[in-house]
Design a protein around this ligand. Structure first.
Ligand SMILES: [Zn+2]
Length: 176
């Protein structure tokens, strides 16, 4: 079989001499699970002038080699758990965003900035946290009802499984 004629990488346009549709540099960021979504996210993130990928949320040119770098290239499900809708972002953003949709993420960041500058309470209504399931060891069924002032750490031995302190949001803002 004759080798294919040289053709451009679908993402970065680098010349490819194999049958692959993306070059090795781009391919190593793409997993076989959600292959197309990864490819489309990389394509959208590609900056042809800077010759690198930019973070969807911050616009920062991302690190591609040092995996320990907070700016290392990562993928984020724009809606937590929703397959096939990926964006490229910095690894630290992905860690921080975890259970937030992109709208909720932006809303809480903007509100954090606003409340800090205005020295006003954080408006908890800016995000519903509708995808929030809590940490992996969180057991919703065992949550105590609204706690009395002071929120006892736990009725059980381990505070790690006790769930969050269920003080009403009005009380939480008033505490400040
Ligand atoms: Zn490429």
């Amino acid at each position: 079989m004759k080798p294919p004629p040289p053709h451009p990488c679908k993402i970065c346009q680098a010349t490819i001499t194999t049958r692959a549709e993306v070059c090795p540099r781009c391919r190593r960021h793409i997993t076989n699970v959600e292959y197309t979504a990864h490819l489309l996210a990389l394509l959208a993130a590609w900056d042809p002038v800077a010759k690198g990928s930019r973070c969807f949320y911050t616009g920062v040119l991302l690190e591609e080699n040092d995996k320990s770098d907070p700016w290392y290239l990562a993928f984020d499900h724009r809606i937590p758990g929703k397959k096939g809708d990926l964006v490229v972002c910095a690894r630290w953003v992905n860690s921080m965003k975890t259970a937030l949709s992109d709208d909720e993420f932006r809303a809480v960041i903007i509100e954090l900035d606003r409340s800090r500058k205005a020295k006003e309470p954080f408006n908890m209504a800016v995000a519903e946290f509708k995808y929030w399931k809590g940490p992996a060891d969180h057991k919703p069924k065992k949550l105590p009802s609204l706690a009395s002032p002071g929120c006892p750490k736990s009725e059980n031995a381990s505070s790690a499984t006790a769930g969050p302190c269920r003080i009403p949001s009005s009380a939480r803002n008033a505490e400040r």
